[in-house]
Design a protein around this ligand. Structure first.
Ligand SMILES: *Cc1c(COP(=O)(O)O)cnc(C)c1O
Ligand SMILES: *[C@@H]1O[C@H](CO)[C@@H](O)[C@H](O)[C@H]1NC(C)=O
Length: 396
């Protein structure tokens, strides 16, 4: 217990993780998930998904290398970065990673020069402007640009084999998915007319994997929408392989963040009112970078230190939660109402697995990128009878 209390913070890879792959397969049996490694390259997540037969979306040499070293076959990897660095392309070529995305003429020239054997997937723009993290400003060709891109690929002698899109992270708008699938079909037809052998549809990421009170994954509506759009635009007899690149879906609920309070102060205003300042072991340079980059608004609960007597103070105060660096901008929350915390009490943050520690840096010499971790495996969350069946379906 002493060790746990002293940890900078803890990440628990936890109970609700294993129902997520099952729920995915049940909801979208045609769509094979290629986990987006950038969301959380936690080995526990990667190894579990690998064991279940998932594929992986890697964006650079570092991520490709991590997955290949884990024993993932290159044909279960998509190099899904539309604008690749030369050194990353070289690495992919040397390691036989075949599938990659593109959305510019410039990228096609680079591919023609460096790895003309790539199986190229045209990423089209499909953003939900209301997604928490829209991506269309940076990536995705307009459908109107597809013709020029496809003709350029043809002239360069490249193989275009599919279409991908990403609706934006944490997409809420169902018609964005179905609209993107309709557009993907248009591009398939254009490419087919130019003589390309189109075999892959990649519907990207943007899914959330939350649970209702009964512990069921809430995924049904979006999956139904996608299934219907696939049935209409990519009927099974077309023989198109369908994959997705979920990141948040698998990672978000997998982890719980615990941050001990390790310092505090009262600030008394001119009118005599008191506000509290608390210092936490994690901040904006660590896992709470998700507040800046991922638009998250993380929720917390107070966890009393098991090493101290019960708190008898029932007062609450407006409180500010500071991160541990010397930067005054490193503030997690300002003026939130909290009970009186003691040094050694913790705040517990659920659903802290997506775009948190993955984006942390060790600014100020603080080890944000290497938190203490506690892995939890709950038998009750695993239906043993289902496990063998899982593998078969994911490998399909
Ligand atoms: C980040 C990213 C993903 C994962 O997105 P989620 O919203 O976490 O599902 C998938 N594909 C690409 C190309 C990405 O950049
Ligand atoms: C959902 O997206 C579609 C297409 O992008 C748009 O026309 C529609 O207004 C959006 N709906 C909502 C509720 O935002």
């Amino acid at each position: 217990m002493e060790g746990i209390a002293n940890s900078r913070w803890l990440l628990t890879l936890c109970v609700p993780f294993s129902p997520l792959p099952q729920a995915w397969r049940a909801a979208m049996p045609r769509v094979v998930p290629f986990y987006a490694v950038k969301c959380n390259p936690e080995p526990g997540i990667l190894k579990l998904l690998n064991a279940l037969g998932a594929g992986f979306d890697c964006a650079c040499k570092g991520e490709l290398d991590m997955m290949l070293r884990m024993g993932v076959s290159p044909n279960r990897i998509i190099f899904a970065h539309p604008c690749k660095r030369a050194s990353d392309i070289r690495y992919a070529r040397e390691h036989n990673v075949q599938y990659t995305t593109f959305d510019t003429v410039s990228e096609l020239h680079k591919i023609a020069q460096m790895n003309p054997d790539f199986k190229c997937v045209l990423r089209i723009r499909a953003d939900d402007p209301d997604a928490r993290v829209p991506l269309g400003l940076k990536y995705g060709a307009e459908v109107s640009e597809a013709d020029v891109l496809l003709r350029t690929a043809k002239e360069l002698g490249l193989q275009v084999v599919g279409v991908s899109f990403h609706v934006g992270s944490a997409c809420q708008n169902l018609s964005t998915f179905s609209g993107a699938i309709v557009n993907a079909r248009k591009v398939f037809d254009e490419a087919g007319a130019l003589g390309f052998n189109m075999e892959l549809l990649d519907i990207g990421g943007g899914f959330t994997g939350h649970f209702d009170e009964m512990g069921n994954v809430m995924f049904g509506v979006i999956a139904n929408t996608i299934n219907a759009a696939l049935a209409t635009n990519f009927p099974p007899e077309m023989g198109v392989r369908v994959i997705a690149e979920p990141g948040r879906y698998f990672a978000e609920t997998s982890s719980t963040l615990l941050t001990p309070v390790y310092g505090q102060r009262d600030r008394v205003a001119a009118d005599g009112s008191v506000k509290k300042d608390y210092w936490l072991t994690d901040g904006l340079y660590g896992s709470f970078n998700c507040i800046l980059y991922d638009g998250q608004n993380p929720g917390y609960k107070v966890v009393r230190s098991p090493l101290m007597a019960d708190s008898t103070d029932s007062r609450t105060f407006l409180s500010t939660l500071w991160g541990p660096t010397c930067d005054s901008a490193d503030c997690v929350y300002k003026d939130v109402t909290l009970p009186v915390l003691r040094n050694g009490d913790w705040l517990m943050w659920n659903n802290a697995g997506a775009y948190t520690v993955a984006g942390a840096c060790d600014f100020n010499g603080i080890e944000f990128t290497t938190p203490g971790k506690l892995y939890v495996w709950s038998d009750s969350a695993v239906d043993a009878a289902e496990e063998g069946a899982d593998e078969q379906v994911m490998n399909a």
